[in-house]
Design a protein around this ligand. Structure first.
Ligand code: FE
Ligand code: FE
Ligand code: ZN
Length: 277
């Protein structure tokens, strides 16, 4: 089985996202848990959520991959930003229980000059406070491009965060193809090597989801600018090899490509064709 879908706007509610995913041909999707640049989350409407749960169940959806807001930075330099960020992740983990058993992906953070080591320490400290044994959600660390002072550009940094976190079974990784490429992992010429390295450093059992994006820039550029699948520096053939790599089989693949609906319909159809549908 394979799962493909794209990032959808949450503004019209949960059920509309389910309908939208179906309309575009998907069987998973991503969404922001709240305004990506704002703070307060909308009240959850349980009827609306239940409607979505019916849609996902009836249509055999895979795990959904929620995304934390960009304003969340667990290892920010400023105390008030750190406090806000901890409140956001803690509240989001509670809200995720309305859609039980899915994934919540976040950017580990930017250390803003404190150094990656310190950043990693703080991130893990927060995770140790907010993760709980009773939660059904798996929290995912996203691999980053290494823009600015982003933590999580290397597999080693991600691994260190996991190592320092107590409830490891509640924690996983979301591999963003644009980000690892921009971060310096050459998935065009050495995909097997990169996957192997992930396995050696972190372990493939920790890989839960894929953000399936081409990149506007060259390998190692640290820019983080997504491109439509096949139109970037990674290119169609390499993207196809990623989609078909056995180590990634069955994971939810999420498109975060700059597209309109027609573009997503095309990318989802292409992915399905690769899967032999
Ligand atoms: Fe992201
Ligand atoms: Fe991403
Ligand atoms: Zn990105």
């Amino acid at each position: 089985m394979y799962y493909i879908g794209n990032h959808l706007p949450v503004s019209k509610g949960y059920a509309v996202m389910g309908e939208m995913a179906l309309k575009l041909g998907g069987n998973t999707f991503a969404f922001f848990t709240r305004n990506p640049r704002g703070g307060k989350a909308k009240e959850i409407d349980e009827d609306d959520v239940n409607e979505l749960l019916n849609i996902t169940e009836e249509n055999g959806f895979g795990k959904l991959v929620a995304h934390a807001p960009y304003t969340m930075n667990l290892c920010a330099g400023k105390e008030d930003v750190r406090k806000f960020s901890k409140e956001v992740i803690s509240d989001d983990i509670k809200r995720m229980e309305y859609t039980p058993g899915n994934y919540y992906n976040f950017h580990p953070g930017s250390h803003v000059g404190q150094g990656a080591e310190r950043g990693i320490e703080i991130i893990a400290d927060v995770l140790n406070e907010v993760l709980s044994p009773g939660q059904s959600t798996i929290v995912l660390l996203e691999t980053m491009a290494g823009k600015g002072t982003e933590v999580g550009r290397t597999f080693e940094e991600i691994k260190e965060i996991i190592d320092r976190t107590k409830l490891k079974d509640k924690l996983g990784v979301c591999l963003d193809t644009c980000h690892i490429w921009d971060g310096g992992y050459d998935i065009v010429n050495n995909l097997d090597g990169v996957i192997n390295e992930f396995d050696q450093v972190i372990g493939l059992d920790k890989l839960y989801a894929v953000h399936f994006n081409d990149s506007k820039n060259e390998c190692g550029s640290h820019k983080d600018r997504h491109e439509r699948v096949g139109y970037g520096q990674i290119g169609l053939e390499a993207m196809k090899r990623v989609a078909l790599h056995p180590a990634l089989a069955g994971k939810p693949f999420i498109l975060e490509t700059p597209n309109d609906d027609e573009g997503y319909i095309r990318e989802i159809a292409m992915f399905k064709e690769w899967m032999g549908e």
